[in-house]
Design a protein around this ligand. Sequence first.
Ligand code: ADP
Ligand code: ADP
Ligand code: MG
Length: 501
Amino acid sequence: MGKIKKILVANRGEIALRIMRSAKEMGIQTVAVFSDADRTMPFVRYADEAVAIGAAPSSASYLVMEKIIAAAKQTGADAIHPGYGFLSERESFAEQVKKSGLTFIGPGAAAIKILGNKIAAKETAKKLKVPLVPGTEHAISDMSEAEIEATRIGFPVLLKAAAGGGGKGMRIVEKKEELATQFERATSEALSAFGDGSVFIEKYIASPRHIEIQVLADTHGNSVYLFERECSIQRRHQKLIEEAPSPVMTESLRKKMGESAVALAKASGYVNAGTVEFLVDEKMNYYFLEMNTRLQVEHPVTELITGIDIVKEQIKIAQGEKLSFTQNDLQINGHAIELRVNAEDPYEQFLPNVGKLSVYRKPSGPGVRVDDGYEEGMEIPIYYDPMISKLITYGQNRDEAISRMERAIAEYQITGVKSTLEFGKWVMGHEQFRNGETNTKFIEQYFSPEHLSIPSDDEMEAAAIVAAMIVANGKKNHVNNNEQPATTSSRWKKNRLNIEL
Ligand code: ADP
Ligand code: ADP
Ligand code: MG
């Protein structure tokens, strides 16, 4: 250990840039690694040095440990920050980095092994008497066992890949008849996506909230929790909107969940930043879900309400420094909300909609933070996550954070790709959301693309036909009235296309 002088960031896009910014403030040099698709990205220019590591597919670049470690050696970096996704939760990467004489900015390989596997993590949580989602305590080996266990737990159940992540590797089974097919699919999917076919079963909790606790632990045995984030607005089991604090949290539950999270980290010898995820039911019972042994996408909302730069803390911990604060020093100030601005089409089940950012103008002003990785005119590559940016707003209270989010969304201009901006606007205006009545079924329950004030492709096409007809009619009758066919700008302003023939 000792002072870090140069960090290689083994990641791309917004998170690479965000990590480099904290390093820069600490006077630490940075190295970017980039694939062929990312040559012109802002994070590559921002870094003091940059090393090309291969072709666009992540399997040829961002996932190749040897190339990344070689780049660190070549540039004289003394530490590697893995960001999130990619190699961040591979114990073998943490191990290889250490073996190469470099500092891994994250937990040790042993802790990743215990906590990165959902079954092993639940076992540890159970020993600590942290409440668990009811389910099997080991991987299910065959169909007959699956049937016995699922019947014992009670349908609906969720089949989960032990090594799963990012909302992938989960299948809901409503009834016994579906079990065989789903079990087979889950197993083969887990194997192909995560290289580990282990699947276990959990009770499928109806409409829970997703509430998680941010933890920091140093190498001297000190650990704290930086309170909670609520991430209940999800699609496909993936978060779209996160906030801190949770609108339903009470002081006593916060303390209980916070202490459970810290106990879990301590029991596993966890060091650095990590997040313990829980489901919370209507009766405010909480259940341990999993631990993410890395920096989380939504960490900025915690930074805004605590005033702590989590990446700086990660670096200081990796340098062997003691945490400079105790639990009692920490307090929540105000409220923060994050919207993941993804290149996805809300009309098409939020499927990726990559392309060129022909117009890209970001919002600013009081209480607005944009963590992004692209610039106007750039292509969003198909090879990686379709996230364009994270739009984060802060206010003295939740209402102010919400109105700032609405204002920031109105200022944000993105054309060329479809994004989740309009969806975010709809959520902010929704009565249930404003009342803090959220759960993981929110989108399923309330959302329909018709609520958005942007037209779908079909409507655009219909509008174009109508416009052409109006023009044709006008010519035929030599009428010169003032009615104009819908223009792009009026289409965006109108709530719905409303053209009459
Ligand atoms: P967070 O857990 O930080 O809230 P996500 O669940 O969206 O955010 O995951 C963060 C990123 O990591 C996403 O890019 C996701 O696709 C990716 N990811 C997470 N876990 C895995 C995994 N086990 N394998 C592959 N990608 C993963
Ligand atoms: P990942 O590793 O993909 O993040 P998680 O176990 O954290 O997987 O679950 C992701 C999301 O899936 C949760 O936030 C929640 O919405 C849903 N989920 C997971 N387990 C359950 C469950 N047992 N019952 C209901 N929903 C669940
Ligand atoms: Mg999770």
